[in-house]
Design a protein around this ligand. Structure first.
Ligand code: PLP
Length: 446
């Protein structure tokens, strides 16, 4: 065994040694198309010369300055850039080092906002069962991924969950989009009322669900109704776009397709594109004003908040994304990818659903397409497909297990925004070959 303690020590891993464009290379010289950008991270691909140069220049100029003494130029410029591209109101950025930290930060900001306004009783957080918000204890507590939570249940803070918006599995027979959205909003309102007036601080949701369900977008009208419930009860709306944000779904922020603006927005992965670890919370002016005009200090912080090199990397990534019109490109490539997936898997006997937005697409793997019956979870079909795809030079992001009491497997594609149509076509082909090979190797499906 090696000395490094990685997640699955008994499973040998290839050593990645180089990245270039949409490809990663291992120590044996094998090439992999990064069809999932790692975990929806590498939006600009690998080795982008402008980002590399910006990071190198910043390390030389100023690697680190603690934010209790200084701000820094890249942090200020990145905050300006983000505020300039976000709807009026989301004008303030707080920089952290990961998605989990962004979520923890948003939870604390929401709590402090209420306390500053004299509502110290607001302590509850409501979130959704089908969700993943990070692996630190606070983020894990509000998440709904049973598998990731199970071992740590005794350590998790109290959190309250309502149903996800997952039309394929949650909508009742005969229910329209509007009726389904109304029922879910009503469930949230009942939960808030049951917890007690003025005791709920925030409602947290992924705008488009990533890891736990595979690129699940809400039905139209869901978020406006949720927003209205939050408003009625003085509850802040926190949207987690750690995975689905920063252009991934074909708009700069995923919520732009929903007709709402959150009070707090969590970002990470595509913000720095993997060139540095960075996350952010974008906060509404009213939240920041309450704190600045109240006690005057946000009671939070980590050693590496606002790290200059991380901010310089994200600034360079975001500058290229804007200059090269990559968000519009994601929307266009996404339409092509969707069509390609439908043509390859539309009548595949083991693909139950094809879904997603932009370059954030998933296929749901099922034992039987007509009934939607899932595979036996013990078969770990998603993990087998991941391995088979990697053997064929394609990286894709698998997930499976039990979510909201429902078993399921899916595979997510989230390629770099710079991918070509030809590369995406090839990725779909490789995925198809991998899935077919896995199915052939399964115990007989009687
Ligand atoms: N929120 C969402 C929606 C995520 O998908 C993730 C990670 O996958 C996180 C939060 C946690 O981010 P990180 O792994 O950077 O801590």
């Amino acid at each position: 065994m090696t000395h490094i303690f990685h997640r699955t020590p008994r499973v040998p891993l290839q050593t990645a040694v180089r990245g270039e464009g949409c490809y990663l290379f291992d120590a044996d010289g094998r090439r992999y198309f990064d069809g999932s950008g790692g975990a929806a991270v590498s939006c600009l691909g690998h080795g982008h010369p402008e980002v590399v140069a910006a990071v190198a220049a910043q390390v030389q100029r100023l690697a680190y300055a603690h934010t209790s003494f200084f701000t820094s130029e890249p942090a200020e410029q990145l905050a300006d850039l983000l505020a300039g591209r976000s709807p009026a109101g989301l004008a303030h950025a707080y920089f952290v080092s990961s998605g989990s930290e962004a979520v923890e930060t948003a939870l604390k900001m929401a709590r402090q906002y209420h306390v500053e306004r004299g509502e110290a009783g607001r302590r509850h957080v409501v979130s959704r069962r089908q969700s993943y918000h990070g692996n630190t204890l606070g983020a894990l507590a509000i998440g709904g991924n049973a598998g990731r939570r199970a071992l740590y249940e005794p350590l998790l803070a109290e959190a309250h969950h309502v149903s996800p918006c997952f039309a394929r599995h949650g909508r009742q027979a005969g229910e329209s989009d509007a009726q389904y959205a109304e029922r879910l909003a009503d469930e949230l309102e009942q939960k808030i009322l049951a917890l007690g007036p003025r005791t709920v601080s925030a409602f947290v949701a992924e705008t488009v669900v990533g890891a736990t369900a595979g690129a699940v977008a809400p039905v139209p009208g869901y978020f406006p109704r949720i927003r209205a419930v939050c408003e009625r009860h003085g509850v802040l709306l926190i949207l987690d776009e750690v995975m689905s944000g920063m252009g991934r779904t074909g708009t700069y922020h995923a919520f732009e397709q929903e007709g709402v603006v959150p009070d707090l927005l969590c970002l990470a992965k595509g913000l720095g594109g993997g060139y540095q670890p960075i996350g952010a919370v974008l906060a509404a002016a009213r939240v920041v004003d309450a704190i600045v005009g109240g006690s005057g200090a946000f009671q939070h912080g980590h050693t590496y908040v606002g790290h200059p090199v991380a901010c310089a990397a994200a600034l360079a990534v975001q500058t290229v994304v804007e200059r090269d019109g990559l968000v519009a490109r994601v929307a266009e490539l996404g339409r092509g990818l969707d069509a390609r997936l439908r043509s390859r898997f539309g009548d595949h006997p083991h693909v139950g659903d094809i879904r997603g937005r932009g370059l954030f697409q998933a296929i749901e793997l099922v034992r039987e397409r007509d009934t939607g019956e899932p595979f036996d979870p013990a078969l770990q079909v998603h993990a087998r497909v991941k391995r088979a795809a990697q053997e064929r030079g394609l990286l894709c992001y698998p997930a499976g297990g039990t979510i909201d009491g429902r078993r399921g497997d899916h595979v997510l594609l989230a390629p770099p925004y710079i991918a070509s149509v030809g590369q995406l076509d090839e990725a779909v082909e490789r995925l198809g070959e991998a899935l077919d090979a896995v199915v052939r190797g399964l115990p007989a499906l009687e």
